[in-house]
Design a protein around this ligand. Structure first.
Ligand SMILES: [Zn+2]
Length: 389
């Protein structure tokens, strides 16, 4: 894919060697002071450090690292000192290099630095955030979350997950370099790649979708179905590039549509049972294909009506190569099996009635409202029981 500048003001480069364009990006922005947010081991292992550091000569650089995989409001608050120091030289450029967490921390620092009150105090109130003065450059080292294409970030306060969103949190530059994913262990390629696939699928059926977001979602699903298995089991540079594109398209799709029930259910599994994000999302996705395909006039939530929901569900089934919803579910679940991802809640240690009740209690109701078919407490309960069997 060539360089693309979208209407949101993000210049996206998806290509081998894209990370070498960082210096050019910094010149274009006329950067003075930088905040570099990186993952722990991934920064060196991915080759990002070797590619990035020579391009930072002559800039004052503040480093932020050492945060957990599910970043907390406390960790974000601790990182804000680095942003304040950088801000003494002018509006900072915050560079996030890593998986979804590093990119999210970069966004959260940009958001946190712009607020008069601590971010942690603003979350439960659903307060409107002030726009950030920082400029973001995001460089993913996994092909998965598509965070480099969205205007929101995930943060935890205790076990509760929040989304921090503002249009100013879209990056100015997204440098997506498949070579940075080459050193990933297969289980991370699998869980992050599955996140891209699931985000594409959920986005396609989301109530919040638009024609444009559905195009991006469809492209993401098609690419992921073509390249995910190879990227995990027999990686080639073509498969890695394909998954980077899939992840970025899925990111663009959910940037508009947001995600739905499978994501809503996943966060509890991740925070309490340490199931990696994409893996956790996949546990309910197969069942949700069947559930949403059985939407009726009595329980359709999407204001575009039953016909629309039937069309998008038929498209999901088709893109997964299925003959019907059950067949699509089977194909999805078989693919997860080949990628060595266990879907059953009981096998993951989260299948007891108490566990299921706790998981249901963690669900973000707003995301269930984005599911095309009504999902209340009884439906959620039934879904959790089915995937625990
Ligand atoms: Zn996700």
């Amino acid at each position: 894919m060539a360089d693309s500048s979208d209407e949101m003001g993000t210049t996206t480069i998806i290509a081998p060697g894209a990370v070498a364009r960082l210096g050019e990006a910094l010149k274009t922005i006329e950067a003075t002071a930088l905040v570099l947010v990186t993952g722990a081991g991934s920064y060196t292992r991915s080759g990002a450090r070797a590619a990035i550091e020579p391009q930072l000569d002559g800039y004052a650089v503040e480093l932020v690292n050492g945060f957990s995989p599910n970043p907390s409001v406390e960790e974000v608050a601790a990182g804000l000192d680095a942003v304040r120091r950088a801000s003494l030289h002018g509006p900072p450029v915050i560079i996030g290099v890593g998986g979804g967490s590093a990119m999210d921390v970069a966004k959260l620092l940009a958001a946190g630095a712009a607020q008069e009150r601590p971010l942690g105090e603003l979350l439960p109130a659903g307060a409107t955030l002030a726009p950030t003065a920082a400029t973001l450059i995001l460089i993913p080292t996994t092909a998965g979350t598509g965070s480099e294409a969205t205007h929101f970030a995930t943060v935890y306060k205790g076990t509760q997950k929040y989304s921090v969103a503002h249009p100013s949190l879209r990056p100015r530059w997204a440098l997506v370099d498949p070579d940075l994913c080459a050193s990933l262990p297969p289980e991370i390629t699998a869980s992050t790649g599955v996140d891209a696939l699931c985000q594409g699928i959920e986005s396609l059926w989301a109530v919040g979708s638009t024609e444009a977001s559905r195009e991006h979602a469809s492209a993401a699903i098609a690419r992921a179905m073509q390249h995910l298995e190879a990227a995990v089991l027999a990686p080639t540079s073509e498969a890695r590039l394909g998954m980077c594109e899939a992840a970025n398209w899925a990111g663009r799709a959910i940037d508009v549509s947001k995600t739905t029930a499978c994501h809503a259910l996943s966060y509890g599994l991740t925070i309490r049972w340490d199931v990696p994000h994409g893996h956790a999302v996949a546990t309910s996705l197969g069942e949700m294909i069947v559930f949403n395909s059985e939407t009726s006039e009595a329980d359709v939530v999407d204001p575009r009506g039953l016909e629309h929901v039937r069309e998008v569900m038929a498209k999901v089934v088709r893109l997964l190569g299925g003959r019907d919803p059950e067949d699509a579910k089977r194909r999805f679940n078989d693919l997860m099996c080949r990628l060595d991802l266990v879907l059953n809640l009981s096998a993951l240690g989260a299948g007891e009635a108490d566990d299921r009740r706790w998981l249901a209690s963690q669900v973000n109701v707003e995301r269930l409202g984005n599911n095309p078919r009504r999902m209340g407490a009884p439906e959620l309960d039934a879904l959790l029981s089915r995937i625990a069997q």
